[in-house]
Write a protein that binds this ligand. Structure first.
Ligand code: FAD
Length: 459
């Protein structure tokens, strides 16, 4: 039987998911994956730092959504997973670190505890106590912004102090402009509960097992998970070979790279939206424009290794968030050794500091020395660290995190429909579709692979 040639562009978690899913149909598809970089994984990258295997970008994924857990179960790597032992985090506010309210869901306190009540407005404390009914009824909108929903149900102080730093932090965004349907569909559903948002979240909380893991990672870093996935791909993965263009060639697609070209029946573009926009530029300028309209935030992550005796960090805490109102450069700080047993060390403390938001790109203006200096100033302010680290490492991630405006999912559906008409045989997938996280990227890869199988498989 003639196999269909499939070219996958990009060997990040999304592209490798596509390649793996299609590998299950090896009698139908011949798979070639092209990757610009010298290594696979994209933003899942682990390397040596201060004698540890430390992630350079993502370091964990949500355990309570199905897509990542299912995929990693299938390839047999999930039995090696670890989850954070420190599970509580704080927020930097009014010059001190305050524990996030417990319990909370997505930053929304389920019951105002004494600490959070001191910080919130009296009116907002009352709203929480009374169940968080919206002041203005939430009609049948399919999507609204997280900011308008949360402000409406539990007030501005809850949003600004807890929800925006937490949810906005996930993709370095501004939760006032963020699609609730994409980033937090459970809030939209819960806000329609007859007794209010908080009442619905309390019900969810009471049904959940508080001991079940929230995040998973691998002791060898998330880069190891991608390697294991790639081992299960039946096809060739060609590193350091960038796809330069895709051109129509009769009923097929000519995929050009610096080393030659491949004639493909199917192309799955699994890159960022901007890289995809560049590739669509000649085959469909309108799809290219749609993709280039998805904004992306740049972030930088600086890892520090301190001599343990030189610093004191709160015990049993995974780290802290920094609201935009603080004026600090840092947006979050993670205590790697508190979080992960495999990164805990009696003589060394590892800390990862994040910076950058869609509306705060100051970090991009700073050279490496200035960036590290400014973040050390922030560590002095927040944690009182006066000493110099033994080592530091800077990872800059330009235009790395997609921003999801209200109505995003509908726009993606429209783009995919347009793609089927204008460029049949070319598919898109990536972290700009359902959300930036690893599970959402895998979900997007799953859906692209399912569409390929449906349209080009033997049945
Ligand atoms: C600092 C940071 C921290 C994060 N933390 C977390 C976290 O803790 N948990 C979580 O779930 N998510 C996290 N994320 C998000 C998550 O890492 C990404 O959304 C996800 O890895 C995206 O995967 P992807 O395969 O879609 O894209 P990418 O990882 O960007 O992969 C795309 C690949 O395509 C390649 N490519 C691009 N153009 C071409 C071309 N023309 N030809 C060939 N190859 C090409 C690129 O080189 C790249 O390898 C984080 C992201 C960042 C930046």
């Amino acid at each position: 039987m003639h196999k269909k040639k499939v070219v996958v562009v990009g060997a990040g978690i999304t592209g490798l998911t596509v390649a793996y899913r299609l590998s299950k149909h090896e009698e139908e598809f011949e798979i070639v994956v092209f990757e610009t970089d010298k290594q696979i994984g994209g933003k899942l990258k682990t390397s040596d730092f201060a004698g540890f295997l430390l992630d350079e970008g993502a370091d964990a994924f949500l355990a309570r959504t199905p897509w990542a857990v299912e995929l990693f179960d299938e390839i047999g790597v999930s039995k090696e997973f670890v989850s954070p032992r420190a599970r509580s985090a704080s927020i930097w506010t009014n010059g001190s670190l305050i524990p996030l309210p417990s319990p909370n869901i997505l930053g929304i306190p389920l019951y105002p505890d004494s600490k959070s009540s001191e910080l919130l407005s009296t009116g907002d404390v009352q709203k929480i106590e009374q169940g968080g009914r919206p002041e203005n009824a939430i009609q049948n909108e399919t999507d609204i912004s997280i900011g308008s929903l949360v402000r409406n149900c539990v007030g501005d102080s809850v949003f600004e102090l807890f929800v925006d730093p937490l949810l906005g932090g996930i993709n370095a965004g501004n939760a006032d402009a963020m699609s609730c349907e994409t980033m937090a569909p459970q809030l939209l559903e819960s806000a329609r509960h007859k007794d209010g948002l908080v009442a619905a979240l309390r019900e969810t909380y009471e049904k959940s097992d508080p001991e079940s893991p929230v995040f998973y990672s691998h002791p060898k870093g998330v880069g190891h998970i991608v390697e294991r996935l790639a081992e299960n791909v039946n096809g060739s993965i060609r590193k350091t070979e960038s796809v330069l263009s895709i051109e129509r060639f009769n009923e097929q697609w000519l995929v050009k790279t610096p080393d030659g070209s491949e004639l493909a029946d199917v192309v799955v573009v699994s890159t960022s939206a901007q890289d995809a926009a560049n590739l669509f530029f000649s085959v469909s300028p309108s799809i290219s424009t749609r993709l280039s309209e998805i904004e992306h935030a740049s972030v930088s992550l600086v890892s520090f290794a301190y001599k343990a005796s030189d610093i004191t960090i709160p015990e049993n805490e995974s780290g802290f968030l920094v609201p935009r109102s603080s004026g600090l450069l840092m947006t979050a700080c993670s205590f790697s050794g508190n979080k992960w047993t495999h990164l805990d060390d009696a003589s060394l403390k590892l800390i990862r500091v994040s910076t950058g938001r869609i509306d705060d790109q100051r970090h991009e203006m700073l050279d490496d020395e200035e960036l590290v200096g400014r973040l050390m100033d922030d560590l002095k302010t927040t944690l009182g660290i006066n000493n110099h680290p033994l080592e530091f490492r800077i990872n800059r991630w330009p235009k790395a995190l997609a921003q999801f405006k209200v109505g995003h999912l509908q726009k993606m559906e429209d783009t995919i429909s347009q793609l089927a008409v204008e460029t049949p045989g070319i598919f898109i997938s990536g972290s700009y579709h359902f959300g930036v996280g690893i599970p959402a990227s895998i979900r997007s890869g799953n859906e692209a692979a399912a569409a390929v199988i449906e349209q080009f498989g033997k049945n």
